[in-house]
Write a new protein. Structure first.
Length: 171
């Protein structure tokens, strides 16, 4: 990855919280906590997951840059969502974590030397080599929120399953 590609990647990464908030703004407030299926996450839960995901990614990036033999530790996001009850977690606080952690990591990424971008580590779940800081920033939470919103619209407009959309969303 050359310097221009890196700069574009870091810029997109830095713009992520704004894209996440824009995606959330498209979801009607009454639909934020609606789950398309009991086993699927609501837009609210996805956004709350982003706070933990950002925290993990921040540590992973720093581990790749600093440690001599970096080990990237995986985690069970479904267990985290259930145990930490993302459904009840306050959204403003979760978004504040996303904003703060992303801003701090973006500032770090902008000043990393070329050699830091060539570093690799081992992932505990995949066993593969995680390559450079960019391995921790290739995600798209706004896309997940947009997908959840599209599902809520689809369920709302479906005559077959109005209960799936939830009574609050139907108003």
């Amino acid at each position: 990855m050359n310097a221009a590609e890196r700069a574009a990647l870091v810029q997109r990464y830095g713009d992520g919280p704004g894209r996440l908030r824009a995606a959330l703004a498209t979801v009607p407030p009454a639909a934020l906590q609606w789950r398309p299926q009991p086993s699927e996450w609501s837009a609210h839960e996805i956004a709350c997951h982003c706070a933990d995901s950002e925290s993990h990614a921040s540590l992973r990036i720093r581990t790749l840059v600093v440690e001599p033999e970096p080990v990237i530790v995986g985690y069970d996001q479904e267990r985290w969502a259930k145990t930490l009850d993302y459904h009840a977690h306050p959204l403003p606080e979760a978004l504040a974590v996303v904003d703060a952690v992303r801003a701090s990591t973006t500032a770090l990424l902008r000043r990393l030397p070329d050699e830091a971008w060539r570093r690799a580590g081992r992932h505990t779940e995949m066993g593969s080599r995680a390559s450079g800081p960019h391995s921790g920033i290739d995600r798209s939470p706004p896309g997940q929120v947009e997908t959840a919103h599209r599902r809520s619209i689809s369920a709302k407009n479906s005559k077959k399953s109005p209960r799936r959309a939830g009574l609050a969303f139907m108003k």
